[in-house]
Write a protein that binds this ligand. Structure first.
Ligand SMILES: Nc1ncnc2c1ncn2[C@@H]1O[C@H](COP(=O)(O)OP(=O)(O)OP(=O)(O)O)[C@@H](O)[C@H]1O
Ligand SMILES: [Mg+2]
Length: 237
């Protein structure tokens, strides 16, 4: 069982019911994503951003939580260098993690933590890795995403990733996913860096963008201010 106080401190609102105004931005994002899933059959999505701290983990965890209220959902942490999902959700630090599964030391059954009372399964990283490239090979990632795609409950999979600017891990992750949701932080993410990142992900489509911590959003949702673009149709970068 997750600790509601820890979730509140870590700004994880996605598990809350839809009448909570905090969860509204993630309900809207969830609806757009479900429309995309229905239109395309795609079910595996990575959340990416140019810089550290733009809000990838915040968006990935909240979106997965909101989805899991109505659809089986799998949240996978592929930021192997600086993982944070275990701490954010207060998960056991002992159980094997997705790093162990990618290293063939554990199975996905071992690493999947089902969150009580929800349809959410979380594969968090147990031990940070300084050089994760070997664990992020296309073969390993394709096997991982195919195993999730082929699960009996047909989950939607949300993958949290490291920032684009520091290493090229996202280039290794992109070919194994169906689409990318980009998190942009207003006044921090430069247009040129964003365009370069989107180009580098091709042919994997960018299916939507979240403007996190907008300075000028029409939505006044306490600390949460987001824009969404239409995610019903895949967009070419
Ligand atoms: N909309 C928001 N409102 C308030 N705080 C936020 C918002 N988005 C993110 N944060 C906070 O900003 C910090 C950085 O966010 P987060 O960890 O999600 O970024 P990240 O892109 O995953 O960073 P990294 O690249 O280092 O993994 C966290 O403490 C998070 O709770
Ligand atoms: Mg993160």
């Amino acid at each position: 069982m997750l600790d509601p106080e820890l979730l509140r401190r870590n700004l994880i609102v996605g598990f809350e019911s839809t009448d909570s105004e905090n969860v509204h931005p993630f309900s809207v994002l969830r609806s757009q994503l479900l429309k995309h899933v229905r239109a395309t059959g795609s079910r595996v999505f990575a959340v990416m951003s140019v810089q550290p701290g733009n809000g990838k983990t915040h968006v990935a965890v909240n979106l997965a939580a909101a989805l899991s209220r109505i659809h089986p959902t799998t949240l996978v942490e592929l930021d192997l260098r600086r993982p944070s999902i275990g701490q954010t959700l207060g998960l056991s630090p002992i159980r094997p993690g997705i790093d162990d599964a990618l290293g063939e030391l554990a199975t996905l059954q071992d690493t999947g933590m089902r969150i009580d009372g929800t349809k959410l399964t979380v594969h968090r990283v147990r031990t940070p890795k300084a050089n994760p490239e070997g664990l992020l090979s296309l073969d390993k990632l394709t096997a991982l995403t195919n195993a999730i795609r082929n699960s009996d409950d047909q989950p939607i999979c949300i993958i949290d990733t490291p920032p684009a600017v520091i290493h090229d891990d996202i280039m290794l992750i992109a070919p194994a996913v169906d689409g990318v949701i980009i998190v942009v932080q207003e006044a921090r993410t430069s247009k040129r860096a964003l365009v370069n990142m989107i180009k580098s992900l091709s042919p994997t489509p960018v299916i939507g963008a979240v403007l996190n911590r907008s300075l000028s959003s029409p939505l006044q949702m306490n600390e949460y201010e987001y824009y969404y673009n239409a995610m019903s149709e895949p967009q070419s970068p």
